[in-house]
Design a protein around this ligand. Sequence first.
Ligand code: HEC
Ligand code: HEC
Length: 114
Amino acid sequence: MTKVLHSALLLIALSAPAFAIDTVDIILDSKVESMKAAGLGAVTYPHKLHEQLYECDDCHPKIFIDKKGGNDMNMQKNMTEQQCGYAGCHNSAYAFPLYLCDYCHEVLPTAKDK
Ligand code: HEC
Ligand code: HEC
């Protein structure tokens, strides 16, 4: 009987939904043209790292819809305690601050460097 119960529990465990997405990094570049004007490139968002630090529902769907490109992410929102700048995230002592542009954005070589 216990053996049957154990197999049943194992089956439930194995068929549980996956609690992680396959993507390690998500490249956010919908506003790459305006980024270029600021000398910056696309944002590499380390999704896997954030999965390790928080629960899915800390972010989804309260702060971000779980769909790439589904949130119109931008700096104005980041700087007004929304999205990446949500209180407790990159607008707090818990994470690096928003003025460290190159922690999120690729830095484009300037004309001088070329
Ligand atoms: C710290 C916040 C945060 C956490 C925690 C988090 N996500 Fe996300 N997730 C994001 C952001 C930001 C995006 C990109 C949204 C965009 O492009 O507008 C995203 C995108 C996604 C996507 C869409 C991927 C695609 O290619 O369309 C899925 C699915 C997803 N997350 C599932 C999860 C699951 C499952 C967990 C928990 C294991 C999780 N997320 C944890 C912030 C988070
Ligand atoms: C915590 C991560 C993060 C940091 C730090 C950060 N950004 Fe961003 N930035 C983003 C994200 C995410 C987007 C939107 C990406 C997308 O979907 O195109 C963005 C978009 C932008 C854009 C596109 C236009 C707009 O209004 O959104 C510009 C320009 C920009 N950032 C400049 C900067 C500058 C300058 C700094 C430093 C002062 C900076 N960013 C720091 C994450 C960051």
